[in-house]
Write a protein that binds this ligand. Structure first.
Ligand code: NAD
Length: 454
């Protein structure tokens, strides 16, 4: 089976590499010359654990090829997977499908013989049908089927998720499309990975439902953490007490700065848009989005309170730019909201992230980028942990405190046990847990999350 993947981003590159690892001949097409040059030189344009050796091995075996020549790549393919971006449309909640449809038109003109075109990008319900229409118009004589195959991989463990998924969902409109898709995933189904075959519409909705549900859990636990702060309960105890219930489970019950990244923010908005279009507002998700946005804005308020009520002239050490650990992706990361807001209120920002600083430099101005957390903290009035990188979990807080102007740690990921924070002598403010204020130190009450700026 010959496969062509359109898009060499997080999803396209991992999918192409893993399919080639199953023994298929895979051509991965991208139109970004910078990405292609890196891939051609054996480098991986994104940070994704375990990806590099798979790409290297399959390139060496001649099973994985990168190119910008979509026409040639499609002409020889049995299956074409579309894995291009579907960002939020400028000024709206809807997903921008222009990349998907543009790719579809190009594919239609180039395909030869029976071809199955698969949307792997996250696309709203009805996209497969519309794509079929666009492609038929571009190529009335085309012999093709459209299938929907949403991707559930997580950045940071994408290779592992692709090779050992909980399930594969395939939406089809015909038996011959089902046959090809079942064959494509045989290497996984042979290892007992469940293959769920549905209509294209159900497959499209499943992806949004899954992401929106997870986002809702995060928003829920975040508001629960706020309540815990008010009543003196520790959210870590509460979340564990809830999560040990098998009906609930422990995952996605960690409080934090609010969800970000390239998927949850845009996918929740796109689902809300679809629901509104259908005259069936999804009020639960609308509230989740609003709560999450307010939370991100309120991060700066909490930091301001922790440093004594004003940010003017203060220096803040920001630890973690990526939207979560184990990725260099900063799309919709909390750092993109909080850093400009701190600067607007008069603070200067020094920052460190183990892998996302290159991306940070392109999106953030006037930040002093540092070699590690300790250098960022020198002379700072507060260190703020935004990303749950493992390397921050073992920070020597006493050492960090020694070089700071004010020994204050604002930990939006609850990385430290309260006892460790106490032993460090720092003022420590986390989420949904009591603040630690050293003896003789000034009490710096951290205001709860709420909407509206200070
Ligand atoms: P990305 O921005 O990392 O990659 C998209 C790539 O497509 C880019 O390299 C771009 O140059 C290329 N591209 C766009 N149009 C093209 C065209 N016509 N021809 C050739 N190349 C083209 O995006 P991503 O994060 O991989 O996401 C892709 C899709 O997968 C989105 O719909 C996203 O919602 C979904 N998804 C993402 C993740 C994730 O963790 N990133 C997980 C599941 C699903």
């Amino acid at each position: 089976m010959k496969i062509t993947v359109i898009g060499a981003g997080y999803v396209g590159l991992v999918s192409a590499a893993c399919f080639s690892d199953f023994g298929y001949e895979v051509t991965c097409v991208d139109r970004d010359p910078r990405k292609l040059a890196l891939l051609e030189s054996g480098k991986i344009p994104i940070y994704e654990q375990g990806l590099e050796p798979i790409v290297a091995a399959n390139r060496a075996a001649g099973r994985l090829v990168f190119t910008d020549r979509l026409k040639d790549a499609v002409a020889q393919a049995d299956v074409v997977l579309i894995a291009v971006g579907t960002p939020t449309r400028e000024g709206e909640d809807a997903a921008d499908l222009s990349f998907v449809y543009a790719a579809g038109e190009e594919i239609a003109k180039a395909m030869q013989g029976f071809t199955v075109i698969v949307t792997k990008s996250t696309v709203p319900v009805g996209t497969a049908a519309k794509l079929r229409e666009i492609m038929s118009r571009a190529r009335p004589d085309g012999d093709f089927e459209v299938a929907s195959n949403p991707e559930f991989m997580r950045e940071g463990s994408a290779v592992e998720d692709f090779l050992r998924p909980d399930r594969v969902v395939v939406g089809v409109g015909s038996e011959r499309a089902e046959k090809v898709m079942s064959q494509l995933y045989r290497p996984l189904t042979a290892k007992n990975v469940p293959l769920l075959v549905t209509s294209c519409e159900a497959a499209e909705i499943i992806k949004y439902a899954a992401n929106t549900f997870l986002a809702t859990r995060i928003a829920f636990v975040n508001q629960l953490a706020d309540l815990c702060e008010k009543v003196g309960a520790d959210i870590e105890d509460v979340a564990r007490g809830m999560g040990l219930d098998k009906r609930i489970g422990l995952q996605f019950l960690s409080p934090g700065p609010g969800f970000g990244g390239s998927c949850f923010p845009k996918d929740t908005r796109a689902l809300v848009h679809t629901a509104r279009q259908q005259g069936h507002p999804f009020s639960i998700v609308e509230n989740v989005i609003a709560a999450n946005e307010q939370r991100k804005v309120a991060l700066a308020d909490r930091i301001q309170q922790a440093v004594g009520g004003t940010l003017a002239g203060k220096r803040i050490a920001l630890l973690g730019i990526a939207f979560k650990a184990e990725t260099d992706d900063i799309r919709d990361a909390a750092a993109l909201t909080v850093i400009p807001e701190l600067q607007r209120r008069g603070a200067s920002v020094a920052a460190f992230d183990p892998v996302a600083m290159d991306n940070g430099r392109q999106s953030l101005d006037a930040v002093q980028w540092c070699a590690d957390a300790y250098s960022a903290a020198i002379g700072a009035d507060a260190a703020v942990i935004l990303t749950e990188w493992n390397v921050f979990r073992g920070l020597d807080l006493k050492r960090m405190a020694r070089d700071m102007r004010q020994p204050v740690l604002v930990d939006f990921r609850n990385l430290f046990p309260i006892a460790d924070a106490k032993a460090s002598g720092m003022a420590y403010h986390s989420i949904g847990r009591p603040s630690v204020v050293p003896k003789g130190g000034q009490k710096a009450d951290v205001i709860p999350f709420k909407s509206g700026a200070v």
